[in-house]
Design a protein around this ligand. Structure first.
Ligand code: ADP
Ligand code: MG
Length: 592
């Protein structure tokens, strides 16, 4: 949340944007802080009115529309709306068949909705109230009255609205809503706090490396603080907490909601869901129409929650009712859909780095050394790329080189001699490695580095069973330089890897002419590349993603030029008979 957000106008501003963007589904309630379905009121049908403080979008205003709530009353951030606002909003959507109120169990909301209900009753508008009490962190199974309402409210709202849409009377709607609430359990975890509009400091913080279990959606304290878990580990914690809380003897279809609290990447939510699904299946529960996404957030809180609703036939049937709202749309499920457990994720088969090369000769050893160097500088390369680019260069190179090493090791290299492999065996290994690198790394640098390796490999392969000398390698590197320049469409001086590759290639060619052995020529070329890579810090970017940001990268070296210098420096040690790749990668010194 930005500190520049104006707290005074926050609510009216975001609601205005919501109703103007989604005017096909919702409209502002006249003279009230509320949002109503564009189809409401519908005469002769029960209305469902939800609400609470704002800062929880999609709850509550994003869940208004045909098939879901008729209206949401919108309070200030984390503050219940007033009775007056509830009253006005309800009058706007009343269709003459009564009103079902549903909202989280918080004192302010209970009082204000309660006052509004009394005033409406005096005017002949009948209502029932179903409090959402799904959060197992805030009350025991025996004392559900103490429980607060969190993401599981979505199930209650959805089922109540479906019943209203199907023509249930007010008591019928209240009955299924109460049953949905009674069968719903939620538990969540937070990794970091949230910041109120206009504030600079977060409302609370969660210490680095830990997470808070059972935290409320307004920052209410959690049950306990534990070491942070990966998304799949967190799935186990959530499932292990919820299973004993479910009604005894539960089995069969269960609605599942994995809810992000505002700052959790959807990818992490899906990783977590995969494990939730497996665990539920093992426990005899069948996830029915599972939902993964944001339903009840807490501004920009990092964290997630898991809600389970054990379905009977009536609840399942109602839960399938289609709906359309700004934040959530559901269509009837295709008949016969079987929800089996998802396949296990394919394990990352990249070889453990820092291992001694077991095969593949000098090319594999050189690539392993390059990998160790890039791994030791992964964060630094990422930071350099993040200055003006997308920050992925370090990770991409580690991924690409890991695959390259594995491919080179798989090459058939039998003729290792005292002077290293013959040109053709090294060439074959580099051809495989280049293809694997481009495939695994992706991005601009993946294509360019992949080409670099396959070009060198192709020239070496053609040389046959000759020793790999400076005279042989220099034209191979020169050919690779030209190929990379052509593919990238760039030139030297544009702040790319070409700025390191050009002096590397030129130095190697100079020493080829005066007959310098490779073990001496390569380190000199690597030194030239290192100097040139550092000098890219003074250049403005003209190529790649970084170019779009113009001058911003000035003062920082180009990531691709830096990784090239790191790699050729590491290879120099291999050619000199040292094998840094066989040592722990943490022993590679930081360059800064
Ligand atoms: P991406 O730009 O796709 O995120 P990376 O971050 O892995 O790829 O690599 C960025 C590096 O790739 C840059 O620092 C630069 O050295 C190199 N690069 C990008 N585009 C070109 C190009 N057209 N020619 C030469 N090198 C390039
Ligand atoms: Mg990048």
């Amino acid at each position: 949340m930005s500190a520049t957000t104006d707290a005074a106008t926050f609510k009216s501003s975001w609601v205005e944007g919501l109703v103007s963007s989604y005017s096909r589904l919702v409209a502002p309630v006249p003279d009230a802080h509320g949002v109503m379905s564009a189809r409401s009121p519908e005469q002769g049908r029960v209305s469902v009115v939800i609400g609470g403080g704002c800062g929880h979008y999609p709850a509550f205003a994003g869940l208004v529309g045909p098939g879901l709530a008729d209206a949401a009353v919108i309070g200030d951030v984390f503050t219940s709306p007033s009775a007056e606002q509830v009253y006005r909003t309800t009058r706007a959507v009343d269709g003459g068949a009564g009103v079902l109120f549903s909202f989280g169990n918080y004192t302010g909301d209970v009082m204000h909705f309660g006052l509004a209900a009394r005033r409406l009753a005096a005017e002949g508008i009948d209502s029932r109230t179903i409090l959402v009490t799904d959060d197992v962190a805030s009350g025991s199974t025996r004392n559900t009255g103490a429980r607060r309402g969190v993401a599981g409210g979505f199930f209650v709202f959805k089922i109540a609205a479906a019943a209203a849409a199907r023509g249930y009377d007010l008591d019928g709607v209240a009955r299924v809503a109460a049953r949905a609430n009674a069968m719903t359990r939620t538990f969540g975890a937070a990794f970091d706090g949230c910041t109120l509009p206009g504030q600079r400091e977060p409302l609370f913080t969660v210490p680095e490396g830990t997470m808070e279990l059972g935290l409320g959606i307004h920052g209410e304290p959690g049950l306990r603080r534990v070491p942070a878990q990966d998304p799949a580990g967190l799935a186990d914690v959530l499932v292990d907490t919820l299973l004993p809380e479910l009604p005894t003897g539960t089995s069969g279809r269960t609605a599942v909601l994995l809810n992000g609290l505002g700052q959790t990447p959807y990818e992490d939510l899906f990783i977590c869901y995969g494990q939730v699904h497996r665990r539920l299946a093992q426990a005899g529960l069948t996830p029915h129409l599972p939902e993964v996404g944001e339903f009840v957030t807490s501004l920009d809180m990092a964290g997630l929650s898991l809600s389970l609703l054990v379905l009977d036939d009536e609840l399942a049937d109602l839960y399938e009712e289609p709906c359309q709202t700004p934040a959530f749309t559901s269509t009837p499920p295709a008949s016969g859909t079987v929800h089996g457990p998802p396949p296990r994720a394919v394990a990352d088969t990249a070889p453990r780095t820092g291992e001694a090369p077991k095969s593949g000769g000098v090319a594999a050893a050189a690539l392993a050394a390059a990998l160790a160097a890039v791994e030791a500088h992964e964060r630094e390369l990422g930071r350099l790329d993040a200055v003006a680019g997308d920050g992925d260069h370090g990770r991409g190179m580690v991924r690409g080189l890991s695959a390259a090493v594995a491919a080179a090791r798989s090459a058939d290299t039998v003729s290792i001699t005292d002077t290293g492999d013959t040109a053709d065996t090294a060439g074959r290994a580099l051809l495989l490695a280049g293809t694997a690198l481009a495939d695994a790394a992706g991005g601009a640098s993946g294509a360019l580095y992949g080409l670099l390796l396959t070009e060198i490999g192709g020239v070496l392969l053609e040389a046959g069973p000759a020793p790999v000398t400076t005279e042989l390698l220099a034209p191979a590197v020169d050919a690779a330089f030209h190929a990379v320049r052509e593919l990238g469409g760039g030139a030297v001086g544009e702040k790319t890897m070409l700025d390191a590759l050009a002096p590397f290639s030129e130095t190697l060619s100079e020493h080829a002419r005066d007959g310098t052995p490779l073990a001496d020529a390569w380190p000199l070329a690597a030194a030239a590349a290192t100097t040139a890579a550092r000098a890219t810090a003074d250049m403005p970017a003209k190529r790649g993603r970084a170019a779009r940001l113009g001058e911003r990268g000035q003062g920082h070296a180009d990531p691709g030029a830096t990784s090239l210098a790191l790699m050729v420096t590491a290879v120099a040690d291999v050619l000199n008979g040292h094998h840094p790749a066989t040592t722990d990668s943490s022993s590679v010194p930081e360059s800064r």
